[in-house]
Design a protein around this ligand. Structure first.
Ligand SMILES: *Cc1c(COP(=O)(O)O)cnc(C)c1O
Length: 397
């Protein structure tokens, strides 16, 4: 049984804050702060450029990729770190399309995160080969998989509603129709058990600043199934993905296996923070995390519905069909969220009208859920959100 009181002590949560936004930006792991300070002083400061070999900087994208691999069911040597998630979506989709060259349709859904759709639109346009992006409702994805589809590109957990796709079933359908499957695990990694191997995903990508607590702008990961490792062509063919970067050849040759998905110089300071953040998962059973996350989400839904009649559930009621987040709708959702944040309950707002809350058993328990409901109910029954100061939109919501 996972000891969540141990994991809770690993994070810095400011006093007076109930943090229900770890689905968007995980809190600071105390060890990450210490690791970065040490990295700056001893590695960058003390070793200077010798750190690339001496402190293992060069291998970090691989060694940390292997740690992420353990959390997503990927074997050693199939996950590598680098760049942002949007860029990894581009890499994965471009490589997948090349592996299925006769077909022209990329199938996705309207619950996907816009950046994934934008990246697909940009890529298809620059390919200039008549590809189309077909976007259907999440419930219609299965039926829309046919023999025109080159690549099924989905995000497992819907960023707004928390609705969970069946990765294994949909990948199976895609393969039966001759398509490849690219999965975005942004809201899954660190939130629920994932097994890219059992699901037979072709490519998977994800970020590390949400449930993995790697810090703002932490680097993303990409997984390539072993069967594609030596055939997938990296479109972002940078020097660190070359077979011999320090031979400085004029022509590109892809590196062996997952190394080819590297592009340029890795963000070493950010990787140090992430490496320390991943220590929190030692001794954590993801099945325990899942069970507790469903319990916390169910409790939140039940209490909010009992006490805040004006809020409409925007997430699946069935825990098995939901990721680790819950959202409610209200026309004044933005102001309600600002009023909550002013009282120390931090979630976020997603247009047009959703207030969203992430439940992260590593550092959130029943007491926080009940505390948040108490404040939310107070704000709703007394209309405390109805103030000009809560209606001014900031750049980041
Ligand atoms: C958070 C998220 C992103 C963000 O991409 P970045 O490049 O890291 O800004 C992309 N896709 C999905 C599905 C996300 O949830």
């Amino acid at each position: 049984m996972t000891d969540f009181s141990r994991t809770r002590a690993l994070f810095h949560i400011p006093a007076g804050t109930i943090y229900l936004d770890g689905n968007s930006l995980g809190p600071l792991p105390i060890a990450a702060k210490e690791r970065v300070a040490r990295m700056m002083a001893e590695e960058w400061g003390g070793q200077l450029i010798k750190g690339w070999n001496g402190a293992g900087w060069f291998m970090q994208p691989r060694t940390i990729g292997n740690r992420i691999g353990k959390l997503i069911g990927a074997p050693e040597g199939t996950v590598v770190m680098g760049d942002t998630l949007s860029i990894k979506v581009h890499q994965a989709l471009a490589s997948a399309l090349e592996l299925n060259p006769e077909r022209k349709v990329v199938l996705s859904d309207s619950g996907n995160f816009p950046s994934d759709l934008y990246i697909a639109q940009g890529l298809l346009k620059s390919l200039g080969r008549g590809h189309v992006l077909k976007v259907v409702e999440p419930e219609e994805v299965g039926a829309a998989i046919d023999e025109s589809v080159a690549v099924l590109m989905l995000t497992e957990v819907d960023y707004r509603t928390g609705r969970l796709h069946d990765m294994k079933a949909l990948t199976g359908r895609a393969h039966a129709a001759g398509a490849l499957a690219v999965w975005d695990l942004a809201h899954s990694a660190g939130a629920l058990p994932i097994d890219v191997t059992a699901a037979a995903a072709d490519f998977a990508v994800g970020c590390t600043y949400k449930y993995l607590n790697g810090g703002p702008g932490a680097p993303a990961f990409i997984y390539v199934a072993p069967r594609h490792l030596e055939t997938a062509r990296p479109v972002l063919s940078g020097w660190l993905g070359h077979a011999a970067p320090f031979a400085f050849d004029l022509d590109y040759r892809p590196g062996a296996g997952i190394d080819r998905m590297r592009c340029g110089t890795p963000p070493v300071i950010a990787l140090a923070a992430l490496d320390a953040a991943l220590d929190a998962w030692e001794g954590v059973d993801m099945a325990d995390v899942r069970r507790q996350s469903i319990r916390l989400c169910d409790l939140f839904i039940r209490e909010v519905e009992a006490r805040c009649a004006d809020l409409t559930l925007n997430s699946p009621r069935d825990g098995a069909a939901r990721g680790s987040q819950v959202s409610f709708r209200h026309p004044e959702g933005y102001a309600i969220m600002q009023a909550l944040i002013a009282r120390g309950v931090i979630g976020d707002f997603r247009a047009p009208d959703a207030i969203r809350f992430g439940f992260t058993p590593l550092y959130i328990g029943e007491a926080e859920v009940m505390g948040a409901v108490e404040i939310l109910a107070d704000i709703m029954t007394k209309r405390l959100w109805d103030k000009a100061e809560f209606k001014r939109k900031a750049a980041v919501t």
